[in-house]
Ligand binder design. Sequence first.
Ligand code: F6P
Length: 524
Amino acid sequence: MFDKVKAEARRLEGRRIVDMFDDARASEFSVEALGMLFDYSKTQMDAGARDALLALLDARGVAARRDAMFAGEKINETEGRAVLHTALRNLDGTPVMVDGRDVMPEVLATLARMEALAEEIRASDVTDVVNIGIGGSDLGPVMAVLALAPYHDGPRTHFVSNVDGADITDTLQGLNPETTVFIVASKTFTTIETMTNAQTAKDWLAAQGTSAEGKFIALSSNKEKAAAFGIPEARVFGFEDWVGGRYSVWGPIGLSLMLAVGPEDFRAFLQGAQAMDRHFRTAPWAENLPAVLALVGIWHNQGQGHATRAVLPYDNRLMRLPAYLQQLEMESNGKGVSMDGTNLPYDSGPVVWGEPGTNGQHAFYQLIHQGTRVIPCEFMVAAQGHEPDLRHHHELLVANCLAQSEALMRGRSLEEARAKVAGTFEGAELERQALHRVFPGNRPSTTLIYDRLDPEALGKIVALYEHRVFVEGVILDINSYDQWGVELGKELATALGPLVKGEAAIEGKDGSTAQLLRFVRARA
Ligand code: F6P
């Protein structure tokens, strides 16, 4: 599948990116759409390589698969489900059919119910909202709530995800039980971390003599379990199995965001995503932001063999975006078999990691610049900040972002390094010192620039990455919408529970696990 792309990568091996620039390259290797500019000219891709990549879209039938997704076909074949997070932001309500039924009336009715509850809570004396959830029931809202801090005018919002009791203990510290509301966010309403934390929240209220009545809201596909937990139907917001956990921030799972920023800004967030959906469905591939982002990903991973990519937002409020994208990308495309169950004859999706700039510069960029492995970097930055009085901060931020991609591309030659140290050292020592100051350069990066991180822009960015994952998944012939790889650990954790407690014999466990259990049990 990737022979041609790999051949292109071999053809371009050693080619200096910096030398590939003529007057046209920057604009020819950029896509400008929806108020955003995606510049991938600082990669080693040339027109021939891009053609080979574009050909993959047709060869893999990406357009037909995309249309099938939007049409509600069951493209999540291992779970027999449609994939319709896009319906959650289909604000016009144009019909979307699943099994012959239009799902839109219910989607919009749920959105209206969420808005009514959000208005009610925002107008009440509730001071704090605690979202209890994990994975997709946590990362989306926590990422978005942090991203949209300038738009907060609702109650304080907190997030508890880890089963480590430290998480909920630290969160509840200082909260007033009378004015705190808990959201139990769990698609399945069975996730052990979430159910344990939800019960602890209930116990905390009881311990303070506060009734749990009216204090819990459930966001779940499992209405029965939510009812069994004692949450009345009016406070349960359901969604269908065609919303994957890591794609769920657009619906009920986004309630904490709606409470923080208000229904109007939440709608703007949905509108941004909807605009990206339209763009993805209609823009020609070469001008299609998600498709091009995906092709850059395929180029770096399957084409050039770079196993990881760094996502580096120069936007402090996107501090949790890398973690969000880790789940989105790695839970979606971290699969070892193709749709028909045979082993993938190529690498699956890459390792995704990152931190906001400029902090990362003072931590791990050393390796990105001078380490032996090439790490394609995906920078993102807003043209404007939200702090007009701190314009100089934003200018420095932008300058740093652009400087990094320039430095990665240009590097520093031995000659330049010698000139740097010429006044300080001489002879063999000069040479040795200079060698340490050489930057190989020719390290690829892309930059996404948007106007300002407002709710609409955030919606566009998140939907952009969702569709990128989709396109990469189709090209890789992977089912991006199941996550069987998380099951085994869950099963073993359940089985290990009694052993940790000392209620069952350790015998039969492998030597390492047995040793660790004995150590814990001796000190518990
Ligand atoms: O870790 C697996 C997973 O199923 C994720 O896909 C999901 O986002 C998370 O657990 C939480 O699941 P739930 O919303 O059902 O509690």
